[in-house]
Design a protein around this ligand. Structure first.
Ligand code: BES
Ligand code: ZN
Length: 625
């Protein structure tokens, strides 16, 4: 592919790409040099030699045994005529393997840390069908099995998956890399009385057989494979959007998320048609370890966004935005993770701006900037982890899951927008999503595309952007854009009044949204006195708030201030909420002092079982410190 790009920018991309990718298989040739295609170091598969075209999954979900069993039939094209197909597995038991309907002798390698075991299957040059009978293990990192007591309705068990980043291999033998796409069909058998949903065409009600069929005819990477099983109901928002949740939650969830139809329309106006057919949201039980997951056609999300005032739904704008950035155009490797999350954060804020206005979204930008500052400070000792282009070789890809790809990434895009102008940047992005649809992209390929299609080697623009500092440099570059402070300036002056002993009831807070409250609390001095905490609580009822973002911050402040009146509510929160973003700061705060550490240990011992395996893993580390 010949591309006319500026030598200066290409040099940046080529040099950095060479340094960071472990092998160079094929390369993009330009008139100024080559952009290496990075190798994905987190898959043990050889899908670069064998096309994994289609998956036909036939599984049964045993809620009592907490096990998935069945077979995965892969349609392949052995384009390089290799003798062995290598697939990713993690704690899977392989029962038998058939190639073109004939049983073969396979080999399962010993487990490698993070990555799992490569499954070696002998194949012929013309083999097309590889069927693997298997069942999942007790350590399946993608799966969270809930007992009825851990659900909202407390009547039925529940199962959900979280496959990103490399956990699909713990419930499906597959080529588990973001750059490897396939279509899929599935037949899933679940206990009668439960509904199964996937990242595919979905049923809207339970049937008598407990057998459900799915079809995803657009090619997706394995990290977007998803399954949920439970006593789930559906309620439509409009003809292409709707909400799924446990029976007892669906009305509340529907009210809170009624804006998702308009959100899809807003997103389409920005960057072109939504290509996935339906857009539905599944609200999960509270143990879900993250805020949301962009499973195609069916975003999975935490019930902690049901604040009762629709103030936390920008999380859905984020997951919806992934239908373009991530699901349509995917980071080629986990080192390019910012290509997914930075673009999505930027896009999320553009959708939110359209729906709620500039002064509102400025608050989201500012809170994000504060997170970025804190994150850079936390990563002081490993400055390379603050580059946009990551280097995760030999590491768990979840090590890259910091605020850097999100906030440094989105601020970089905001800088480009401000430098070239919004119209040009929007035009460029719409074209970018279109040109790379159902494809993957590395950071280096993006930089080349950016130059060819937007910057055109303009040195004045390049000087303003300082791309190198953002992508291959640490910390927050000096030209980082900042949002307007219109609404937060007012919040800040109310906080000053409070600290000067103005009674809280006299503060001008009546118009505040969640984000103003977060700013109000975040910028309080490190430790308030118990009396000050008490005054705030009396006026604003923080201890009993139903808003999870505010509650989490308030509990952290309570631990810091020794404000024990909040501890009961804090324990209730920790007993059910499984979102890592909330658990880590709270347990982390308790672990900071010898006085509070025993409380952390006691609560964690009691509630660890309620958390997802991935949350358990990161909290185990935190508690051992
Ligand atoms: N795709 C991510 C979640 C993810 C990333 C899971 C990497 C596992 C590995 C999702 O889109 C996300 O970013 N969720 C955020 C919410 C968002 C509003 C920032 C979360 O869960 O907090
Ligand atoms: Zn995301």
């Amino acid at each position: 592919m010949i591309k006319n790009i500026s030598v200066a920018l290409l040099a940046v991309a080529v040099l950095a790409g060479c340094k960071n990718s472990s092998t160079t298989k094929s390369a993009q040739v330009t008139n100024a040099g080559t952009v290496p295609v990075a190798k994905d170091v987190h898959t043990l598969s050889n899908a670069d030699s064998v096309d994994m075209q289609h998956l036909d999954l036939d599984i049964a979900v045993n809620m009592d045994k907490k096990q998935i069993s069945g077979n995965a039939l892969w349609t392949i094209n052995n384009k390089e005529k290799v003798k062995t197909l290598k697939l990713d597995t993690y704690d899977l038991s392989i029962d038998s393997v058939l190639v073109d309907s004939k049983k073969v002798t396979y080999k399962l390698d010993p487990q490698i840390k993070f990555l799992g075991s490569a499954l070696h299957i002998p194949i012929g040059a013309t083999s097309t069908a590889v069927r693997i009978y298997y069942h999942t293990g007790a350590d399946a990192r993608a799966l969270q099995w809930l007992d009825p007591q851990q659900t909202h309705d407390k009547l039925h068990p529940f199962l959900y998956t979280q496959s990103e980043s490399i956990y699909a291999r713990s419930w499906i033998p597959c080529a588990d890399g973001p750059g490897i796409r396939f279509t899929y069909t599935a037949r899933v058998k679940v206990p009668k009385g439960l509904l199964a949903l996937m990242s595919a065409s979905n049923p809207q009600e339970k049937n008598d057989s407990g057998i459900y069929h799915f079809n995803m005819e657009l090619p997706i990477p394995a990290y977007l494979m998803a399954l949920a099983v439970g006593d789930i109901a559906f309620k439509a928002v409009d003809e292409r959007t709707g909400v799924y949740a446990e029976q007892g939650v669906v009305e509340k969830a529907h009210w809170e998320l009624e804006g998702i139809g308009d959100m899809v329309n807003a997103a389409e106006q920005l960057y072109g048609p939504y290509r996935w057919g339906r857009y539905d949201v599944l609200v999960l039980p509270p143990g879900f370890p993250i805020g949301g997951m962009e499973n195609p056609r069916l975003t999975f999300c935490t019930p902690t966004i049901l604040a009762g005032d629709r103030s936390l739904v920008s999380l859905i704008a984020h997951e919806l935005a992934h239908s373009w950035s991530g699901n349509l155009v995917t980071n080629a490797t986990w080192d390019d993770f910012w290509m997914n999350e930075g673009f999505t954060d930027y896009f999320e804020r553009r959708i939110t701006e359209r729906m709620l206005g500039k002064s509102y979204v400025d608050m989201l930008w500012e809170l994000g900037y504060q997170d970025l500052v804190d994150q850079v400070k936390d990563l002081e000792k490993t400055p390379k982890d603050t580059w946009l282009k990551l280097d995760l070789k030999g590491r768990d890809p979840d090590d890259g899951l910091t605020d850097i790809p999100y906030e440094k990434g989105s601020h970089f895009l905001e800088l480009i927008e401000r430098t070239v102008g919004r119209d040009s940047f929007d035009h460029f992005l719409a074209k970018y999503f279109n040109a790379h649809a159902f494809n993957t992209i590395t950071t280096e390929e993006f930089l080349v595309y950016l130059d060819s299609n937007l910057i055109h080697g303009d040195t004045a623009i390049l000087n303003k952007l300082q791309i190198n500092k953002w992508v291959y440099g640490p910390g927050i570059p000096a030209n980082c854009p900042r949002a307007g402070q219109e609404r937060f300036a007012k919040v800040d002056s109310e906080r000053v009044r409070f600290l000067n002993d103005v009674p809280p009831a006299k503060l001008a807070t009546s118009e505040w949204t969640t984000h103003e409250w977060l700013q109000f609390l975040r910028k309080m001095p490190p430790a308030l006195s118990a009396t000050q905490m008490g005054k705030l609580d009396e006026a604003f009822n923080f201890t009993t708030t139903g808003n999870s973002e505010i509650a989490d911050l308030w509990f952290v402040m309570s631990v810091r201030a020794g404000y024990s009146k909040a501890y009961g509510a804090m324990e209730t929160f920790l007993s059910s909420v499984g979102r890592r973003k909330f658990l880590e700061p709270l347990y982390g705060e308790m672990m900071k002092t010898p006085k509070n550490a025993p409380m952390a240990k006691r609560l964690y011992a009691k509630y660890r079982k309620n958390y997802h395996p991935l949350a358990q893993e990161s909290l185990d580390k935190l508690m051992a410190k």
